[in-house]
Design a protein around this ligand. Structure first.
Ligand SMILES: [Zn+2]
Ligand SMILES: [Zn+2]
Length: 276
């Protein structure tokens, strides 16, 4: 199977392309944002198939990888790019890569039956090589792609070095895993519930300046007004709203409580009793 069959390539909006890969019940999305001089590569996927080759076919401009964060499903092909930027708080995760033992469990027989893997990819031996970042993304940075600028906001909570990118002129926001419809993972190592609260308030501000939000998982684009819905829902969770479901520890994951509110599912640490 060739790489294009694993990846779905979807034109999103002028000069933005989605590269979509299947992941569990959901998907993971990387984005190409074209400037006149360079193409920003917002994350590099799961490490399945020839992601870098696909990027070369889709854009003739030199690629600059801008990482939303360092979780494994967003850094798969980073080691194959020359320019790779990430927030300093997650630089060591990127350097470390992901061992195949932490990786192969995602590729269950059911998953592979539903989403056939490229022939060259063997989940039993695959891993994600470490990658030395060539620079760091900091809150307040502006990435100039030539005729197009991406403003960098530090948006921790889901992970310590989470980054959101704002394309102010084109009224687009790319929050990575900071917000999306569906599950919001807040019980993982590196999650910070208080930082997530502040972060959602920042996203509410940023959402006022955009017409569309392109998240890394689940349905897209998000309606910017729904960030307010997510913020208010999360406040109710922090205020002690009872969980809708409890999920026991499983397969190396800690247990978590699920708060299902509208289109959002907040996955909170098990037994989380509310902050307020
Ligand atoms: Zn993540
Ligand atoms: Zn993710």
């Amino acid at each position: 199977m060739s790489a294009p069959d694993w990846f779905s390539v979807i034109p999103a909006t002028p000069r933005v392309t989605i590269i979509r890969e299947p992941l569990g019940d959901d998907d993971v999305k990387s984005y190409l944002v074209e400037g006149d001089d360079a193409v920003a590569v917002l994350d590099t996927g799961m490490g399945v198939g020839d992601f870098a080759g696909l990027v070369r076919r889709l854009s003739s401009r030199p690629p600059i990888v801008l990482h939303s964060h360092s979780h494994w499903d967003h850094i798969g092909a980073s080691h194959t790019f020359e320019q790779v930027l990430i927030h300093q708080a997650e630089a060591d995760d990127l350097r470390r890569g992901v061992a195949f033992s932490d990786y192969s469990s995602w590729f269950t027989p059911e998953f592979v039956a539903a989403h056939p893997l490229p022939a060259e990819f063997d989940p039993a031996t695959a891993g994600i090589p470490g990658c030395e970042p060539t620079g760091f993304l900091q809150h307040g940075d502006v990435i100039d792609l030539g005729g197009r600028r991406l403003e960098v906001f530090h948006t921790p909570g889901h992970s310590p070095g989470g980054i959101t990118l704002l394309d102010r002129a084109n009224r687009l926001l790319f929050p990575g895993d900071a917000v999306n419809y569906g599950p919001l993972y807040l019980f993982l190592d590196g999650c910070d519930l208080a930082a997530y609260r502040d972060m959602l308030n920042l996203l509410v501000e940023l959402a006022r300046d955009v017409d569309a939000i392109y998240p890394s998982h689940d349905a897209w684009p998000m309606d910017p007004a729904d960030v307010v819905v997510a913020r208010d829902a999360y406040e109710s969770v922090l205020a002690g709203r009872p969980a809708d479901e409890q999920h026991p520890p499983q397969g190396g994951y800690a247990g978590y409580d699920i708060h299902a509110i509208g289109r959002f599912r907040f996955l909170m640490p098990a037994g989380y009793a509310g902050m307020a």
